[in-house]
Design a protein around this ligand. Structure first.
Ligand code: PLP
Length: 362
């Protein structure tokens, strides 16, 4: 499409904002099952108990959902062992993130986060009229928490810590997180985005709720989109100080979380033992892929989510094109690297064939 001028006055920030790049399904290739491994989705279909709950909830979609999200909040409260008043839900944790920015930032206030990290961060911050302060990752693709602490100014209102970091994979350690929190002013909100928590296996992954108990300026952000396999229903939540949670509920669009999402999320919490089997399979596949990549000669960072990061630099886009020719959609970040979701074994095998060939041909 050619550049057009809007017929009305739109905010200038829109021109400076990156657009979210959504994963596309791959173009068909003769003889190959296509796989989209670009969005960190869970490859397993919903459990029967979850589709049953959806069918029941479907009978009342002429009604607005419960705006208080009472039943899901209660279920989360029981599951996590925290009072319901500390929990706020939203239409995906991305929406909760937008609420977090809107409860903390006025025009020009600063939000610190690592970069590269989750591509929604710059969008959400810019839309709120706040300023992004991006702190480069370390050479091994981890958060540089010392540099992030040093970046705090009197305009800083929010710090986002993504653990495991999307798209590079490493987690922060509890000791370094606590050391970081000791340096950050206690009136600055620090978000621990744990979208991939269930996939983590490192022994030093923070016990976020324990950290929160010691630091009321911490908020833990979680989602049903990844391990729970409900990406299409849009439901996530934050756990924080009761007054922070209350502010988040105030900042939410009314009736956002549908009853379908609420019922499916409750059914998923009840069926977590079944879901955990799948999570463990994906973690086993991740470890298999990591071992094979190392064997091939790749040097990839710690991978604690349901994805691996190939630090391909200038070759990122070319590598993604090579994957597309094999009916595999990966997520390239131009000039930086490629994020590949751990999916069905066949998709993972195909990825490993492409990575092997890539090194052979260099
Ligand atoms: C996928 C993801 C989310 C979750 O997004 P939803 O809106 O809950 O689907 C949040 N943070 C990160 C870092 C993610 O990768």
């Amino acid at each position: 499409m050619t550049e057009q001028t809007a017929p009305v006055r739109l905010r200038a920030v829109l021109d400076r904002m990156p657009a979210y790049v959504a994963g596309r399904p791959p173009a068909p290739v003769e003889g190959l099952t296509p796989y989209k491994i670009s969005s960190n989705e869970n490859p397993y279909p919903p459990l029967p108990s979850v589709t049953d709950a959806l069918a029941r909830a479907a009978a009342t979609i002429n009604r607005y959902p419960d705006p208080g999200v009472v039943a899901l909040t209660r279920a989360l409260s029981e599951r996590l062992g925290v009072p319901a008043e500390q929990i706020a839900t939203g239409t995906g944790s991305v929406a909760v993130l937008a609420q977090l920015v809107s409860i903390t930032c006025d025009q020009g206030d600063e939000v610190i986060y690592a970069w590269r990290s989750f591509e929604a961060y710059p969008i959400v911050v810019a839309l709120a009229g706040a300023e992004s302060v991006q702190v480069p990752l370390t050479a091994d693709a981890r958060h540089d928490l010392d540099a992030m602490a040093a970046a705090v100014t009197d305009r800083t209102r929010l710090v986002l810590v993504c653990s495991p970091n999307n798209p590079t994979g490493p987690t922060v350690r509890e000791d370094e997180l606590r050391a970081f929190l000791a340096k950050v002013p206690t009136d600055v909100l620090v978000v621990l985005d744990e979208a991939y928590l269930e996939f983590t296996t490192a022994p030093d992954v923070p016990d976020a709720l324990a950290v929160l108990a010691d630091h009321p300026n911490v908020v833990v952000l979680r989602t049903f989109s990844k391990a729970y396999g409900l990406a299409g229903l849009r439901v996530g939540y934050a756990v924080g100080h009761p007054l922070v949670a209350a502010a988040l509920r105030k900042a939410a669009l009314p009736f956002g979380v549908t009853d379908l999402a609420q019922e499916a999320a409750i059914a998923s919490l009840e069926a977590y033992d079944e879901l955990e089997v799948r999570v463990k399979e994906l973690v086993a596949e991740r470890e298999r892929v990591l071992a094979a990549l190392a064997e091939q000669g790749w040097d990839v960072p710690q991978a604690q989510g349901n994805f691996v990061w190939l630090p391909l630099g200038e070759d990122a886009v070319d590598f993604a094109a090579a994957c597309a020719r094999q009916a595999l959609t990966v997520r390239p970040f131009s000039g930086d690297g490629v994020r590949c979701t751990i999916a069905e074994p066949e998709a993972n095998d195909r990825l490993l064939e492409i990575t092997a060939q890539w090194l052979r041909e260099r």
